[in-house]
Design a protein around this ligand. Structure first.
Ligand SMILES: Cc1cc2nc3c(=O)[nH]c(=O)nc-3n(C[C@H](O)[C@H](O)[C@H](O)COP(=O)(O)OP(=O)(O)OC[C@H]3O[C@@H](n4cnc5c(N)ncnc54)[C@H](O)[C@@H]3O)c2cc1C
Ligand code: SF4
Length: 496
């Protein structure tokens, strides 16, 4: 414990964000550059170094949080980086993007604000890059075994890095023109700038991982042939099959899925397009879906200059505090959270008819109506109760020139023929079924990440990638692997 008084003498202080009015005018990360390092040492000193650190279990990677908190509080950044990278391949991603279930599991959070664990993680990662603590770590020798990884999201990348470092020859196949999965074309740059991805992928290239972009397995390369040419194949293709809005008017022009809209905005940031063809500029926008994908749409819309933007959430407004009976500490509770996008919408007063943060809670879409040219112009909605039953007398209409659907994802995309050709069985949820070793019913074909777990988080995808790498390594080396496996395929977040 670096500072025995720290949790009593130091209040929680987070990495400051730039003023909303400033940051909606650009696509850079929302944080004040350089403002984290001066405060993070004292924040790490708030860690009580508990005998049983629940934050460990709450983090799917089993990050050694109290260990690196002490090292940061003492200013030993090199050792902190070593401890952090012992369990997490990509802490600069999770340090920016993770919802930090570790912080709701922090023992201090029982009766005080938690340690700013995610900020400490991010500071260690950024400092490690800055100080040159992260040179490539190529293997000492090659095993001669070949592994094909399909998909370059966090699950595929983590597995590829672990397997390359273990000496296997790894090729990552990605259907998009750039690497990174949802971190590249889903998550907006204001949450994580893409140079973070490019730098880490550069390290992986220097270690020997080979990448093939614009290559869709199932269409451009025969999936069965790929299996035949490799000692193991990993399917890490994500859960891109989106859920639909089943209401009259869905077919109108101007109604789009979130993952049709967000990639175009990301392409503007990458310099591929001057303006997004689906830009929200000057339009009345309604986002259907109250989750994080909807919030990413909201943050993107407010940067494009809409006439108005409203986000519909079918659930009621959550309370400010944890329900101790239903969701006791250390579980991750459903409480009211103001994301960076909601903070911006609130500042802009972007939704005249909704809550200040642009959300309409307990609201459900009934139908969309269009103009004579078949373009959406209005959305009719109704208030619902906790059982999602319409509440009489609550119907209303909002103007809508652009409707974005953010209703979640059901499982892997079937359109490319990969699953049909390679033959892994699906479970009843529509995700890829696998045994306790992450192996599908097809020998030598493994599955990890959202494709098998279902829609989840980056921290789970990295944990899946690390765990499946250990399973593949065991198979290729005849039973023995030194690679760590932080989770099993059926592990789930802590619940009451
Ligand atoms: C808009 C959005 C925002 C999100 N924000 C966050 C966040 O802030 N924090 C967080 O923790 N989680 C977030 N998530 C969830 C998180 O991004 C995912 O859980 C995570 O990326 C899953 O990783 P993955 O590697 O399994 O799959 P993905 O990241 O989906 O990557 C799969 C890759 O496989 C490729 N692929 C698919 N089929 C083929 C094929 N046949 N051949 C070759 N390549 C193929 C795809 O192009 C893709 O690049 C968000 C999700 C969305 C949709
Ligand atoms: S990866 Fe997420 S859960 Fe784990 S320590 Fe970092 S912020 Fe916390």
């Amino acid at each position: 414990m670096a500072d025995p008084q720290g949790f009593m003498s130091t209040p929680r202080e987070e990495w400051p964000r730039r003023p909303p009015g400033e940051r909606v005018r650009d696509w850079h990360e929302v944080y004040v550059p350089g403002a984290l390092l001066p405060l993070v040492g004292r924040q790490a000193g708030r860690c009580m170094d508990c005998g049983i650190p629940f934050c460990h279990d709450a983090c799917p990677l089993g990050n050694l949080i109290p260990e690196w908190n002490v090292l940061v509080a003492r200013g030993d950044w090199r050792a902190a980086s070593e401890r952090l990278h012992a369990t997490n391949n990509f802490p600069e991603f999770t340090g920016r993007l993770c919802p930090a279930p570790c912080e709701t599991g922090c023992v201090l959070a029982i009766n005080q604000p938690a340690v700013t664990i995610k900020n400490v993680e991010c500071a260690i990662a950024d400092k490690a890059w800055e100080e040159g603590f992260l040179p490539p770590r190529p293997p000492d020798r090659l095993t001669g075994q070949r592994v094909a990884v399909i998909g370059s999201g966090p699950a595929g990348l983590a597995a590829a890095q672990q397997l390359t470092r273990a000496g296997h020859t790894v090729v990552v196949y990605e259907r998009a023109d750039r690497l990174g999965g949802l971190m590249r074309y889903g998550i907006p740059a204001f949450k994580m700038e893409k140079h973070q991805l490019d730098r880490r992928i550069g390290q992986m290239r220097d270690e020997g991982t080979v990448f093939r972009t614009s290559t869709e397995i199932g269409r451009d390369v025969d999936a069965a042939g790929l299996r035949a040419c490799n000692d193991a194949v990993l399917i890490a293709t994500g859960a891109a099959a989106w859920r639909e809005l089943d209401v009259p008017g869905r077919e109108l022009a101007g109604v789009h899925q979130a993952m049709e809209y967000l990639p175009l905005a990301n392409r503007v940031c990458e310099g591929d397009l001057d303006v997004s063809p689906l830009s929200a500029a000057g339009k009345h926008v309604v986002i259907v879906g109250g989750g994080d994908t909807g919030a990413d749409c909201l943050g993107t819309v407010v940067r494009e200059g809409p006439a108005s933007v409203t986000q519909l959430d079918i659930y009621g407004r959550p309370g400010a505090y944890r329900d101790q009976g239903a969701e006791p500490w250390p579980t991750y509770p459903k409480v009211y959270r103001l994301s960076v996008a909601h903070e911006e919408a609130e500042h802009l007063r972007s939704a005249p008819e909704a809550d200040a943060d642009a959300r309409l809670f307990a609201a459900s879409a009934l139908r969309l109506t269009g103009d004579a040219r078949g373009h959406v112009r209005e959305i009719r909605l109704v208030g619902v109760d906790a059982a999602r039953r319409p509440v009489p007398g609550t119907e209303r209409t909002l103007p809508a020139d652009l409707v974005l659907l953010a209703l979640g994802f059901s499982g892997p995309d079937r359109g490319d023929g990969l699953i049909d050709r390679l033959g892994p069985a699906l479970d009843p949820r529509g995700t890829i079924a696998r045994d306790e070793d992450f192996e599908t019913n097809v020998p030598g074909v493994f599955a990890a990440g959202d494709a098998a777990r279902g829609q989840s988080l980056i921290v789970w995808a990295i944990a899946e990638g690390r765990a499946v790498a250990a399973a593949v390594d065991r198979r290729l080396t005849g039973g023995d692997s030194r690679l760590p496996a932080p989770i099993g395929p059926s592990d789930r977040p802590m619940t009451a």
